[in-house]
Design a protein around this ligand. Structure first.
Ligand SMILES: [Zn+2]
Length: 329
């Protein structure tokens, strides 16, 4: 019998590598279960409304019904502590923190009016604290902020879209519309701030003449009323909803600090928390986190990552999970 030494060597290396990986995953599982266990979740929402009519499926995912929100709260009333963002900071810093039950902390991005109409009454009914991250130019009626929503409307209303550089996108069927929306969103998320403003404005002018939809965003009075209830914390979410990792440091500062300044002067209170627009790994890097900290925030949130674990300490990359119509994702 011929023994192929190199074959045996390669197999043994392969299996020992697999063995090491397997052992590592077992150790990680035990570590997570015994030491670094989940202490709670930060829930991310965008819109709470009955299914809105004109929506692409990928945007409809950002909406849950008021019934789903209320049922989720009722299901967790007995087993969870509902906490505010400031209590969350204390928990992560291992200061004052209720540990009898895992926590749930509600956050909502952008500043849609349906939060005031549908979510706020539910939070009041169950005395649940919540936080809204505001993109200030949305409230100040600059529709450039809300560009993903407007791109969605353009795609829904047009069968063919041509960019200023000559690129053409056909969007006749729903599948094409969804694909065109994703492509345009990706293009606009990955360009510099000034190019972004120019391209977005050209698209708007060409395809969707300006009309401020006051039924879409919160008003300052509604925000003030929710804050006065004692349940609502307001946080920053930039001025224009830019993907921060794709703009220059000076522009980043303007977006992050400028938003804080507008909120503080409009609401007459200090603003300490922030959520990165889009919040994926490609939208947030270490420079973005450093600038957010430099601008005076105490805590900031990404849009993924799962549960908060006992040993999570980075207050500038706090994980969230999205509550959707069919459960948490
Ligand atoms: Zn957002």
């Amino acid at each position: 019998m011929i023994i192929n030494i190199s074959w045996i060597y390669s197999k043994s290396v392969k299996y020992s590598k697999k063995g090491v990986l397997y052992l590592k995953s077992i150790i990680q599982t035990i570590y997570n279960a015994v030491v670094n266990y989940s202490v709670g979740e930060v829930i991310m929402l965008h819109r709470v409304d009955y299914r809105c009519k004109n929506m692409l499926p990928c945007m409809a995912e950002l909406t849950i019904s008021p019934t789903t929100l209320e049922n989720f709260i009722k299901d967790n009333l007995a087993t969870r502590n509902f906490i505010s963002v400031s209590e969350l900071v204390a928990c992560i810093n291992r200061e004052k923190c209720r540990t009898d039950k895992k926590f749930l902390c509600f956050t909502m991005d952008d500043g849609y009016k349906d939060i005031y109409i549908y979510a706020y009454p539910i939070f009041k009914k169950y005395n649940v604290p919540f936080c809204i991250f505001i993109t200030t130019d949305f409230i100040n009626n600059d529709r450039a902020f809300n560009w993903p929503y407007i791109i969605e409307q353009i795609v829904l209303q047009h069968d063919r879209i041509e960019l200023s550089d000559g690129r053409i996108f056909n969007s006749i069927t729903l599948a094409e519309k969804e694909q065109t929306f994703r492509t345009l969103k990706s293009i606009l998320q990955n360009i510099s701030y000034q190019t972004f403003r120019n391209d977005v404005e050209q698209l708007f002018e060409k395809y969707l003449p300006f009309e401020d939809d006051e039924n879409l965003h919160l008003s300052w009075d509604e925000i003030r009323e929710m804050v006065a209830s004692g349940l609502c914390t307001i946080g920053g979410h930039t001025i224009n909803h830019s993907s921060l990792a794709h703009i220059l440091k000076e522009e980043m500062k303007e977006e992050i600090k400028g938003c804080k300044d507008v909120l503080e002067s409009s609401l007459n209170q200090e603003i300490n928390c922030f959520a990165y627009p889009f919040g994926s790994v490609s939208d947030v890097n270490s420079l973005v986190m450093d600038v957010t900290k430099e601008c005076g925030y105490q805590i900031s949130f990404i849009s993924h990552g799962g549960s908060i674990r006992r040993n999570d300490k980075n207050l500038f990359s706090v994980k969230r999970i999205m509550l959707q119509e069919d459960g948490i994702a």
